[in-house]
Design a protein around this ligand. Structure first.
Ligand code: ZN
Length: 322
């Protein structure tokens, strides 16, 4: 797994590896937190420590040199097993869980332990979760299960109660900003701040949005919204791209409406937002925000989104004094 190290999680990783060394670590962990805070990196560190045949002789981190580490880092370790939904948006199926359990019951072949890592654990079907329960109740001594979830409330309570919870929150804003500057050195302060706001402070998600161009698109959307509120022609601004790219644009419209609602209380908000806020006829943005979220919910429904966006943009335009 190639996740750039999220420094803010290093103390937590050391603590958990210390628990492993002291035989205090639960055999089933539920690593939980929002998207983009480093859950997978932490699961990766732990499973690498379990795969390392030398870690007890090191300061607690995987040694990186032994056969276990080498196989792990090549993604070919015979004692580490990964389960995830077969396709995006699908469930983890009972057969996948049964196969995992069968593999975990075998004797480790290289390392001392066998490890199962379940990504998007909340997507297990009830049948799949029930199949996992027995192993969670009485895990063999040489087996670890690492469940990763950004939606732990959707993991069956019987599963949750049998796991040691590892909760990860976004780091402090200054840490998040330092990390983002380190990994996206070309971005100016304003752009990085925007990326973090769009990601609710989750740095890895912010980095993804920066590298896939979403932050730039967000800025363009605000530019157009500002132009519309200043009297620009809607059709000139609603080119085909917006309707065709509805899955990107609707969430950004909702995002900017919520940012606009906050702008009066944030002197450092984008000057375009401050200007819009000063010219707004009302400070009630709830219906416009809901309508954008309704657009989000209709993505994939076959509706023509350019036809849905035109009335939304007319509504937007009507809310400002020109
Ligand atoms: Zn090693």
């Amino acid at each position: 797994m190639s996740i750039v190290a999220p420094h803010w999680l290093e103390p937590k990783a050391s603590h958990l590896i210390g628990q492993l060394r002291d035989e205090q670590l639960g055999h089933a962990l539920l690593i939980q937190g929002p998207i983009g805070v480093g859950k997978h990196w932490l699961a990766d560190q732990l499973s690498n420590a379990l795969a390392c045949t030398q870690w007890e002789q090191t300061t607690g981190s995987p040694c990186g040199q032994c056969q276990g580490c080498q196989l792990y880092q090549n993604g070919t370790h015979p004692d580490c097993f990964y389960v995830e939904p077969p396709e995006a948006g699908h469930h983890i199926l009972v057969d996948q869980v049964r196969e995992l359990i069968a593999q975990l019951m075998l004797t480790p072949s290289v390392s001392r332990y066998r490890v199962g890592i379940l990504t998007l654990a909340e997507s297990m079907t009830e049948e799949a979760a029930n199949a996992l329960l027995k192993t969670l109740e009485e895990p063999p001594n040489d087996v670890w299960l690492l469940l990763v979830s950004h939606s732990p409330q959707n993991v069956l309570p019987t599963i949750r109660s049998r796991c040691q919870g590892v909760v990860i929150a976004p780091p402090a804003p200054s840490l998040a900003m330092n990390w983002l500057q380190e990994h996206h050195p070309d971005g100016d302060q304003k752009t990085l701040e925007l990326a973090l706001r769009m990601s609710s402070g989750a740095p890895l998600l912010a980095l993804e949005k920066l590298t896939n161009g979403l932050v730039e698109t967000a800025d363009e959307v605000l530019e157009r919204l500002h132009a519309l509120a200043s009297g620009s022609d809607i059709q000139a601004n609603l080119d085909q791209t917006w309707g065709d790219d509805a899955s990107t644009i609707w969430p950004l419209l909702a995002f900017w409406v919520s940012e606009l609602a906050r702008a009066p209380h944030e002197p450092s908000a984008d000057p375009r937002l401050i200007d819009l806020s000063n010219r707004a006829k009302s400070s009630d943005w709830s219906s416009l925000w809901s309508a954008a979220l309704n657009g989000v919910s209709l993505v994939g429904s076959g509706r023509r989104h350019d036809l849905l966006m035109t009335p939304w943009l007319l509504d937007w335009t009507s809310r400002f004094k020109t």
